[in-house]
Design a protein around this ligand. Structure first.
Ligand code: C2E
Ligand code: CA
Ligand code: CA
Length: 416
């Protein structure tokens, strides 16, 4: 188990661990004083290059001059000539691939509209801060930008070749990494979530966002899940042999829940490995199938009867909602990371978290918040009453061996 002090130490080192700062930033603001303060912040924190512009027109010119070097734009919404809203459109049209941080004193509804617009233009919005901006808010937003992967990167990448994927699965190229889930009350690690990775011979480690949808589309999801389960079971056995007992959460595509023999197959696999269903959490995200297929209800109910834990994943998104809590025997609710990520500056996100916690508590579910990237995120969800946290701030997904070192280090330090 991790003691509070050890945990705090390791989180600090993870948060700052050799992290680089922004290499090239563009600040667009018509108020010279506020612009100066932002410039000073980036200068003090060691930004490689700082560019400044007094409005959107100047901003676009500076961007052009930078020839693709700008990594982050900090932009005021309300500006003369070309305002922030128009500026976002131009950024989208120019295919700007960096991050954009909005700063404004405009009403929340206007800021919300700007956020939707940024998404529509496929501009990567890092956050929207309200004036007066505090240094730690700025710090946090920039940190968030630096640790988070580019949300559009996976989609922009080349589509996966189905023959390659079929071969890759058969050739044992599917592996898993494991991300710790931390118990808030005790600060101990209770379990991990297994996340699929494809060790592609040319592309390197491929994220599941690129191949899970392909696997689902071409009927390969059973084989893929089988591969991840085999890895996860082997990892559990390895850890147990070294005295580390962790529950294993596995993502289960709702397609599999339409297969009536899925519970029996899963139980056999688990039991023959010397493990028990209660050592596993099955994380399910709904799709259309789940609603329409009556088999799903039977499969989920039987899995629960056998002792598997069931988690409703991505709760609060269009894919996962309150109706499913009524229909299926879930034991855990995972609040979607989009709410967690925006909670600090978004009253709607915060209200969603509170509502999910209250609902979950009333139904006797364990509450997990994923996507914890900063200390503030942690504080916020803890105050809201979640039981477990998961996210880059605590630990990134790691190999089975790395989990072992991570756990053992924490335990050793704990004694001394
Ligand atoms: P998910 O189940 O919601 O898993 C959480 C995702 O968020 C993971 O991405 C994880 O690396 C990422 N993440 C964790 N902490 C943070 C954080 O603090 N900040 C940010 N920005 N991201 C964080 P990953 O590994 O790329 O997986 C993406 C999705 O792919 C998963 O989302 C899950 O829906 C799906 N997936 C992964 N493995 C499997 C699998 O074996 N089977 C199926 N069917 N789906 C899988
Ligand atoms: Ca999940
Ligand atoms: Ca999720």
């Amino acid at each position: 188990m991790l003691s509070a002090a050890v945990a705090a130490n390791s989180f600090d080192s993870i948060a700052d661990n050799g992290r680089r700062f922004v290499s090239d930033v563009l600040i667009v603001d018509d108020d010279p004083v506020l612009r100066g303060i932002t410039e000073l912040f980036f200068k003090k924190r060691g930004a490689g290059r700082i560019r400044s512009a007094g409005d959107g027109v100047e901003g676009l010119a500076a961007l052009k001059e930078a020839q693709g070097d700008v990594e982050l734009i900090v932009c005021d919404l309300n500006m003369p000539n070309l305002d922030g809203i128009q500026f976002l459109r131009h950024l989208g049209e120019a295919g700007f691939g960096g991050g954009v941080l909005l700063i404004s004193s405009d009403p929340p509804a206007v800021v919300k509209a700007a956020e939707s617009l940024a998404r529509a233009h496929r501009v990567r919005l890092v956050g929207a801060l309200r004036r007066p901006v505090k240094i730690d808010q700025l710090e946090e937003a920039v940190h968030r930008f630096l640790v988070a992967p580019d949300p559009f990167e996976a989609e922009a990448a080349e589509p996966i070749d189905i023959d390659e994927l079929t071969y890759g699965i058969a050739n044992n190229e599917i592996t898993a990494v494991y991300q710790p889930k931390l118990d808030v009350a005790t600060l101990s690690v209770r379990g991990v979530e297994a996340l699929a990775r494809w060790n592609h011979p040319h592309l390197g480690s491929v994220a599941p966002g690129r191949f899970v949808p392909t696997a689902e589309e071409f009927g390969l999801i059973g084989e893929l899940t089988e591969a991840v389960l085999s890895r996860s079971i082997a990892a559990s056995q390895r850890w147990r042999a070294r005295g580390i007992e962790l529950s294993m959460a596995v993502n289960i595509s709702s397609q599999l829940l339409a297969r009536l023999n899925f519970p029996d197959e899963l139980r056999d696999k688990v039991v023959s490995a010397g493990l028990e269903p209660r050592d596993f959490v099955l994380e399910v995200t709904e799709s259309r199938l789940l609603q329409r297929d009556p088999n799903c209800a039977e499969v989920l109910a039987r899995l629960r009867l056998m002792g598997f834990e069931l988690s409703i994943d991505d709760f609060g998104t269009g894919h996962s909602n309150i109706e499913h809590l009524r229909a299926f025997p879930f034991s855990e609710l995972k609040i979607d990371q989009s709410f967690v990520r925006h909670a600090a500056d978004d009253p709607f996100a915060r209200a969603s978290i509170d509502a999910s916690v209250s609902l979950g508590k009333n139904l006797g579910l364990r509450l997990v918040a994923e996507g914890i990237e900063t200390g503030k995120d942690w504080l916020l969800v803890t105050e809201a009453g979640v039981d477990q946290v998961q996210g880059f701030y605590i630990a990134r997904p790691m190999s089975a061996e790395a989990i072992e070192r991570w756990m053992l280090n924490a335990t050793l330090d704990d004694g001394g």
